[in-house]
Ligand binder design. Structure first.
Ligand SMILES: *Cc1c(COP(=O)(O)O)cnc(C)c1O
Length: 362
């Protein structure tokens, strides 16, 4: 049996007619940039998250950069963020001229460890940038209380956690501003690149919009030096269709995770942990295995595709200022393995993956 890591084709086929019609309408109108469909998607997505404002943009990395710039973060500022995340989170901070300051992650949840934040705060610290990693919300209650105590801004990187909640409250609504990616493999994915910035703060929203739209406030009224970062109309039309199915797909992912959790209980691997009151949307289903690389090879031989998110924590990339050691991130990057995860995975496929894992770890 072959079990792919993700299967975007199966998802497309399940909504093919609607998607094809939606694409055809854009082609007929030949309005490829901007227009009503982009506005509609921004409104729908803001409504889905439960915020007033959504500014769509070209990708999730741009979204972080634009959000930081809208907050006025730049030269001489420090931004606290997890040492273990996708490189975009840190490179966006560096790109605006600020310094990403790494905080180690929690050994059970893999998100930024709130207990290790305060020791990194200096007179230059301006903001905390938690990542809702693998689909699990970061410890927002802990992070918000530190932010409040030290008057720090909070930017949430929600690229891996569309629709995840803490006690029913959606991620992206905790901090000052939040960012999303619609990269095809994300929980809400376009058929190309896409991203968004969301906030309840109207002033921040208009700043972000001006930055992302070449400094324009209304046509030909350039009020700042901006950049060009747009979600194109085809992607907006696709996302508008797919957004309707996001909750159902999230439930599908959670069902797959439940199958994995139950069947892997007795295998010698550590399963994902979820704090009380948190909902995990399983962008990735990540286990810890002692012989991770051996297990990965074994699964590959059985036709099962897995991935490593990520082989190196940011402190090991050699592109950011050296900041000492991050023991949890350093160890986890050698043990974590992402198993196949998407809403359409069948129970039979999950059982096949689990049996292959047990064969190796028994
Ligand atoms: C995917 C991702 C991004 C960047 O998104 P792109 O759309 O690929 O630029 C940022 N942060 C995290 C945590 C991500 O997983």
């Amino acid at each position: 049996m072959h079990v792919p890591f993700v299967d975007l084709k199966e998802q497309y086929l399940s909504i093919k007619e609607e998607i094809d019609n939606s694409i055809a309408r854009v082609l007929e109108n030949t309005s490829f940039i901007g227009g009503g469909i982009v506005d509609q998607f921004e409104n729908s997505f803001a409504q889905y998250i439960g915020v007033n404002q959504c500014i769509s943009c070209a990708n999730g990395t741009d979204a972080i950069e634009i959000a930081l710039e809208a907050l006025g973060i730049g030269e001489d500022d420090e931004v606290l963020m997890p040492a273990y995340t996708w490189v975009s989170t840190a490179s966006a901070v560096s790109r605006v001229g600020a310094k990403p300051v790494f905080v180690d992650v929690h050994p059970d949840f893999y998100t930024m460890d709130a207990a290790k934040i305060e020791e990194k705060i200096t007179s230059k610290t301006r903001a905390i940038l938690p990542v809702h990693f693998y689909g699990l919300p970061a410890d927002m209650p802990g992070i918000l209380s530190i932010a409040k105590k030290h008057s720090l801004l909070v930017i949430e990187d929600c690229a891996q956690a569309h629709g995840a909640t803490i006690n029913g409250q959606k991620v992206a609504t905790f901090g000052d501003i939040a960012t999303f990616s619609f990269y095809p493999g994300k929980n809400l994915g376009a058929y190309g690149d896409g991203g968004a910035i969301v906030t309840n703060n109207g002033d921040l929203a208009s700043k972000a919009r001006v930055i992302a739209r070449l400094g324009q406030k209304g046509k030909h009224n350039h009020v700042a030096i901006g950049r060009n970062s747009r979600l194109d109309t085809l992607q907006a039309a696709i996302l508008q269709v797919k957004l309707k199915y996001l909750n159902a797909w999230t439930k599908g992912r959670q069902q797959v995770a439940k199958w994995y959790n139950e069947a892997l209980k007795e295998a010698f691997v550590k399963l994902p942990s979820v704090p009380e009151g948190f909902s995990h949307v399983y962008h990735l289903y990540v286990i810890q295995a002692e012989d991770r690389d051996g297990l990965k090879e074994h699964l590959k031989r059985n036709g099962i595709d897995t991935q490593i998110h990520y082989p190196k924590p940011l402190n090991q990339l050699g592109i950011f200022e050296h900041q000492g050691s991050f023991p949890v991130s350093d160890v986890m990057s050698g043990k974590l393995l992402s198993l196949p995860m998407y809403a359409e995975l069948t129970k039979e496929q999950v059982e096949y993956v689990v049996n292959s894992i047990r064969e190796f770890t028994k």
